[in-house]
Each structure stands twice: as C-alpha cells, then as structure tokens.
Design a binder for this molecule. Structure first.
Ligand SMILES: Cc1cc2nc3c(=O)[nH]c(=O)nc-3n(C[C@H](O)[C@H](O)[C@H](O)COP(=O)(O)OP(=O)(O)OC[C@H]3O[C@@H](n4cnc5c(N)ncnc54)[C@H](O)[C@@H]3O)c2cc1C
Length: 508
C-alpha cells in the first residue's frame, strides 16, 4: 500500500481515549482519535472524579478547568423509610502538602470530556466525530484499520499502534479476540437520567431508602440539572419515561412536591461485571471500559479508564521514541490487577447497596485511588538500605513551599508534563551527564539544595519534601511521567542502571 503509518490510532473519544490523546499530543506524536458518534455525548454518567484522577488532570495542566465545573466534598443526605435524615458527604479532609486534592469532585462526565477535548485542541489535536472503526488487520510492524464516515465513505488508516478505548461493547476487543470474562446480572437494574426538578434544593445529594429500593437526586454542578437514579426491582417497569420516573420518585420519597421537569440523557443500567485477561495483542491495546466494566457503585469506572490512559501514554511514547517493546508489557502487569481490585470493590459496594436499599457512596482509601500503586511491578526498584516510608511503585506525593529560581512552586508543578524527574537530595556532580544521556526520554533533574544556584534547584522551605520523601538513606528518586516512583536509590549509578533496564533502548 505504501501508506505512511501514523504512530497511534485511538478508537473512541470517551474519557479514556481523550486522556490518551492528550498524553500523545503533548509529546508531539502523530495520532488520530476517531469517534463513531456524530457529536459529543451528553450524559452525566460517571459524575465522581476521584482524588487520583484530579492529580492526572493536574499533571496534564488542566486542573483549574476541571475544578471550576465541579463541586468538592458535596454533602449527602440519606432519608430512611421512617423519614429520618442521616448526613454524610464526599469530603476527604483538608488539602495537605502531600495530597492537594483529598476529596471526590462531583462533575458531570460530559464536562470532563469537554475539558479534555478543549485541552486536546490547545495542543493541536482534534476528535474526528462520525468516524467508525469496522475492522482491522495487524502485521508485525503496523495495523491497517478500516473506518467509515457517516456519509458512507471508507478509509484505511495505517498506524504503528491501535488502542481500543471504545467502551464496554468494544469492537476492538471482539475483533482482536480478547476474552471478556464475567457475568451480566439482568435482575440488577437502575434508571439513570439527567433531569430538571422543582421542589428540591441543590445544596446536597439526596437519597431516599424505601422497602422497594432507592431513589436519588444529585445536583450536577455547572448545570441546572440533577442526576436521577432509581433502582428497578425485577418485576418493575424500567420504562425511561418522565411519568414512570416521577411515579417511582413519589413512591420512594413519599413526597409529591418534587416535580421532575424535562428529562435529557437517560439510560437503563444493567449490572455487567467483566474484564479482559490481557491488555495487549500484538500492536493492539485496550484501555478503559473496553477492558473492564462494573457497577457504578463507588464511582470508579471513568477514573480507572483515565488512569489506564495515563499509565499507557508515556509507555507508548517511550516505545515509539525507541524503547524496547517489552516496556508495554508493564501496562498489563500494572493495570490488570488494578482493574481486578476495582471490580471486587464495586461488587462489594453493590452488594452492600442492595442490602441497604440505598447507594453505596464511599470516600476512603479504597475509593480515592491515592493508594493505587505498582510495588510489585518489574519497573519498581529499590537500591540500598530503605528507611523511607515510600516504596518504589508508590504514588509520588506532592510537596509545597518549594523555592525555585522562578518563584515558589509545588512539586506537582515541577512534575507537570511528559518528562521523567530525577529528584536528588544534595549536590551531585554526575547529574548533568546522566540527564544528557537519557534526554531522549525527557529526563529532568530537581535538585533539593540549601541555596539556589541553578534553574533546576529547589529549596524545601517548609520541609514538606523532606517529610514526604525522608531522603536520609536514599537521596535519589526517579519519578515516572505518570507520577509513580520507579526507583529509590542510595547511589546515582543505580539511576543509570534503572533506565537501561526499563527501556532497553534500540539505537536511536
Ligand atoms: C449510569 C452510569 C453511572 C456511572 N457512574 C460512574 C461514576 O460515578 N464514576 C465513574 O468513574 N464512572 C461511572 N460510570 C462509568 C463511566 O461512565 C465509564 O466507566 C466511562 O464512560 C468509561 O469511559 P471510556 O472512555 O472507557 O468508554 P466510553 O465512555 O464508553 O467511551 C467509548 C467511546 O467509544 C466510541 N466507540 C465505540 N465503538 C466505536 C467504533 N467502532 N468506532 C469509533 N468509536 C467507537 C463510543 O461512541 C464512545 O464514545 C458510570 C456509568 C454509567 C452508565
């Protein structure tokens, strides 16, 4: 065919595909992102962004837009069958130097997608709407994908990599022959819809428990809508009409003063709990719902997809720049256990919700995803005596009050971007040479010193870097582009060895 291959073709412009596109765009790779729908999706669907995903958006440089459209720490009022109110909330505590975003952000999913699309545009990328993948063939060094547009035109796109971010019904997954193991439980259903409503305040997320099941109205920040949710028992009518939704609401709330107005996006959700047993087949990879689906209990699905993309992005970029293809095996190695853990958590929460006839809204270590890490990964190494609390594979904590030659910064600001960071405590002569050697991977040094001399120097004025990283025994940390610690070492030679082992680069 003689066609020049683009680096990556992304199928699907949901939160997973868009996050991956933003990762590739900032690295300047050639890619296309196609979406079969003619326009962007309207629904609120996943409306909880977990603290770890907020850190991903911080790293991408779009956190302010996301925060401006959502609400942190929304209060929750749960009303039991006797009309008694119990209050809780999505508040995760005060921001700390090491955890700047401790709470879940409530925000409609379409706002997240909008923010990602705008961010993509600012990097020169754009979603191709109305373009659908129909089939593909892969060879040893490329994938030929046949797509059709809304007006029936077809095109073959050659890419070095194909990433299926095409959701639970993924064609990429089916066509490449991945197993999707698990079960569909038809008896567990829920109406979810975006509605306008009168007679209910917008100051909290309200849930009503009833012997029949639950109903809930959650105000959607930056809109005048609520997300309506109601469980549907096996014998019940799951019709998605406003009359049916109003009738269910009146039964469950025992109130007639709340009036649903127009209904926008609506869906009858069925419990479907499945995941793949591998994430890559040759040059074809899966991410997000294409690889794992589960109940919305605990608000994990969209977040897990976003973090899949954040894990995969830099690895694809590194391989395209010349690292060994083996690096991509660590994507499955690291993310498959995370998906399995999320499935088990959301199953537990779903069972609890059915038992309580309510919604399981959790905000703890298991749901905020800050403790997701890769300690067992082949990329995580420790060299020398370890006295630090942190271990290789852990999320790199933030630190505030860092004096730099360009003003005061947080560590996360210095990590923002596609680069690896070598965090060094003290002055070390060999660093410049090392940074130059691994410059093709965009390695940057951050030197923690007592007095500023060079642009890469920082002074830990508040002591928060020392508190989080406890560098007494281990002055060197390699922080990966996705914000996880790859290496903790007591000598600089270990840094060079880590890069050589992790990337086994071909000649460039
Ligand atoms: C009712 C409900 C409530 C939820 N609540 C939460 C929550 O609170 N928190 C949370 O984190 N998650 C929640 N989720 C889950 C969340 O919505 C999904 O996990 C998320 O949308 C997955 O993103 P994705 O990008 O992987 O897939 P999707 O959002 O499904 O995007 C896939 C895209 O691929 C496109 N596509 C499919 N096939 C093709 C093709 N052949 N060619 C081109 N394009 C194609 C589709 O049109 C779609 O736009 C909820 C989901 C539902 C349904």
């Amino acid at each position: 065919m003689g066609q020049k291959a683009i680096d990556v073709l992304i199928i699907g412009a949901g939160p997973t595909g868009l996050t991956l596109a933003c990762e590739l765009a900032r690295s300047g790779l050639s890619f296309r992102i196609i979406e079969k729908s003619a326009a962007s999706q309207a629904g609120s669907r996943g409306k909880g962004i977990q603290p770890r995903s907020l850190e991903v958006f911080d790293n991408l440089g779009m956190i302010d837009t996301v925060l401006s459209h959502g609400q942190m720490g929304m209060p929750i009022c749960s009303v039991d069958a006797a009309g008694k109110e119990a209050w809780s909330g999505l508040e995760g505590g005060e921001p700390r130097p090491d955890i700047p975003y401790p709470s879940t952000l409530v925000i409609p999913q379409w706002r997240i997608e909008e923010a990602l699309r705008n961010h993509l545009l600012s990097h020169g990328g754009e979603v191709e709407f109305g373009v659908e993948l129909v089939s593909f063939d892969q060879s040893l060094d490329s994938v030929d994908t046949e797509v059709v547009t809304g007006d029936g035109e077809s095109e073959t796109i050659r890419s070095r990599w194909l990433v299926g971010c095409d959701g639970g019904h993924s064609i990429v997954r089916k066509h490449a022959g991945f197993e999707f193991l698990g079960e569909t439980i038809d008896d567990i259903r829920m109406i979810v819809a975006d509605v306008r409503a009168e007679g209910v305040e917008r100051s909290c997320w309200r849930m009503w428990r009833h012997e029949e099941g639950f109903a809930a109205l959650c105000p959607l920040p930056s809109t005048d809508q609520f997300q309506y949710q109601a469980s549907i028992v096996p014998s019940q009518d799951g019709e998605l009409s406003i009359d049916n939704m109003q009738a269910i609401l009146e039964t469950r709330t025992r109130r007639t003063d709340i009036r649903l107005k127009d209904v926008g996006w609506r869906s009858l959700w069925r419990a479907n709990v499945r995941m793949v047993d591998r994430y890559r087949s040759g040059r074809v990879l899966l991410a997000g719902d294409a690889a794992h689906i589960h109940s919305p209990a605990g608000g994990q699905g969209m977040n897990t997809g976003i973090q899949d993309a954040h894990n995969l992005g830099w690895k694809l970029v590194s391989v395209i720049r010349g690292a060994s293809i083996l690096l991509l095996n660590t994507y499955e190695e690291e993310r498959l256990p995370v998906a399995a853990g999320v499935l088990s958590l959301s199953n537990d929460l779903l069972r609890q919700a059915i038992k309580d006839r309510g919604i399981a809204v959790k905000r703890d270590e298991r749901t905020n995803q800050l403790s997701v890490g890769y300690r067992g990964s082949s990329l995580s190494r420790e060299e020398g005596a370890q006295r630090a609390l942190l271990r290789a594979g852990d999320r790199a904590p933030d630190a505030s009050g860092l004096r730099t030659t360009s003003g005061e910064r947080r560590l996360f600001e210095l990590l923002r971007g596609e680069h690896f960071t070598l965090l060094c405590f003290g002055v070390h002569q060999e660093i410049d040479e090392l940074v130059l050697k691994h410059n093709w991977l965009r390695l940057r040094a951050v030197n923690v010193v007592a007095e500023l001399a060079m642009p890469e120097d920082v002074v830990d004025t508040a002591g928060s870097l020392h508190a989080a990283y406890a560098p007494d025994a281990t002055p060197f940390y390699v922080i990966r582009p996705d914000g996880y610690i790859g290496l903790i070492a007591d000598r600089i030679s270990a840094v060079d060895t880590w890069f050589e082992a992790a990337f086994q680069s071909k000649s460039r």
